[in-house]
Design a protein around this ligand. Structure first.
Ligand SMILES: [Zn+2]
Length: 199
């Protein structure tokens, strides 16, 4: 049995799974991840054996499997099924207020907000819900807002080859709204634009 046989692995989402990047090391097992959470609880000063915390390591491991399910997905494949031959279709496609849930790579705390995605098709149009799925797939990894913005825009650009793409993320970083860093919480990432949406 490999570490990938952990009982909950089958609940991972995504029809286009790619192996998790492990950097040459075997992926830790679920029980090793739970032991790490238990260690963190003790380091924080609490007692993992008290009633309220008994199931916490397992719950945290399952939660992080969902928070980071994007590592098992290939977002580009979500855009592989397109509607071709949209001759004369030159309107901008825009999806606004897509709910965004991610985690910052510096503190592993939530980034919550909304994203707005727009592109100007050039022959290839994709089902609009796929744009939200691409965002979610990149968001379910440890991220910075700037990296997330660029990754989503570049994925759309490389897969759909539109005449232009633009992306804006408006989010709050919990590390910035708490005492973890000293800036204000609302972060509007530099918008990412190219092609005909540059102006
Ligand atoms: Zn942070």
């Amino acid at each position: 049995m490999t570490p990938y046989d952990d009982s909950d692995t089958k609940t991972l989402k995504g029809d286009h799974s790619t192996p998790v990047e492990t950097h040459g090391d075997p992926r830790p097992t679920r029980s090793e991840a739970e032991a790490a959470v238990e260690l963190l609880l003790r380091w924080a000063g609490d007692d993992p054996t008290r009633e309220g915390l008994v199931g916490t390591p397992g719950r945290v491991a399952r939660a992080w499997q969902e928070f980071c399910v994007g590592y098992t997905e290939d977002p580009a494949s979500l855009l592989s099924s397109t509607f071709e031959e949209v001759e004369g279709y030159d309107d901008m496609v825009m999806l606004r207020n897509i709910r965004l849930e991610s985690h910052c790579e510096h503190h592993m705390v939530p980034i919550l907000g909304v994203a707005h995605i727009a592109y100007m098709p050039d022959r290839r149009v994709v089902g609009i819900s796929k744009l939200a799925r691409v965002l979610d797939s990149f968001a379910r990894r440890l991220q910075t807002q700037e990296t997330l913005t660029a990754q989503v825009a570049e994925c759309i650009q490389s897969e759909l080859r539109p005449r232009g793409v633009a992306l804006l993320i408006d989010a709050q970083h919990q590390c910035c709204t708490s005492c973890l860093c000293k800036s204000s919480g609302q972060v509007v990432a530099p918008s990412w634009r190219m092609g005909k949406l540059c102006t």
